[in-house]
Write a protein of this length. Structure first.
Length: 196
């Protein structure tokens, strides 16, 4: 298998993972969140946050928990988690979001476009893009259901390891939203694939 690969700040990558193989996603500098989406290789089945809430019974998943598909099949199992906080509530950031919430004019890198490009690079047409697994993203649910961002708790070198439960097309995006990353300049991520 190839060694560790870098995902430059604000960019994405697509890859294929065979059943039983493992994917380790690393935060090299600390405090950086990212988005992960998993599809079946033919694109007919996709990660579902809603089904994951159904079967895991919680909004915060960690070691031993499973990410489920829209067809109620296990896609990925979290087998090691050095961070322990991930979000599945928020949709991927989009250009429209940067325009509406932050007044951005012109283009702004965003996870939606990164994930779509990454999925197409491995042969999957992603639309409509599901809600991702937002690893290391730290969202607290406050009184009344209000959502509050906190900085990602990942320290430099921390990682999460996921095992594929079916053959998968995977997209990763190093999120360019500073709000999701403690207000700091968005940083890179890294990943490596390991044999099953
Ligand atoms: Zn994002």
């Amino acid at each position: 298998m190839s060694g560790q690969q870098t995902i430059a700040a604000g960019t994405g990558v697509g890859l294929r993972l065979k059943r039983g193989e493992q994917l380790r996603v690393i935060d090299p500098e600390g405090g950086q969140s990212g988005d992960l989406l998993a599809f079946s290789l033919d694109g007919s089945e996709r990660f579902s946050n809603g089904r994951t809430f159904d079967y895991d019974g919680k909004i915060y998943v960690s070691t031993g928990d499973v990410l489920w598909s829209n067809l109620s099949n296990p896609m990925l199992t979290i087998i090691c988690d050095e961070v322990g906080r991930h979000d599945m509530l928020y949709a991927a950031c989009t250009l429209e979001m940067y325009r509406i919430q932050y007044g951005v004019t012109g283009y702004h890198a965003n996870c939606h476009d990164n994930l779509c490009t990454a999925l197409r690079s491995v042969g999957v047409e992603p639309h409509p893009l599901p809600t991702p697994f937002n690893f290391f993203m730290n969202v607290e649910v406050a009184a009344g259901g209000r959502l509050v961002f906190a900085p990602p708790p990942s320290r430099a070198g921390d990682s999460i390891v996921l095992r594929a439960e079916m053959d998968l097309a995977i997209a990763l995006s190093a999120c360019p939203a500073s709000t999701c990353n403690g207000g700091k300049t968005p940083g890179p991520l890294a990943y490596e694939m390991m044999g099953g």
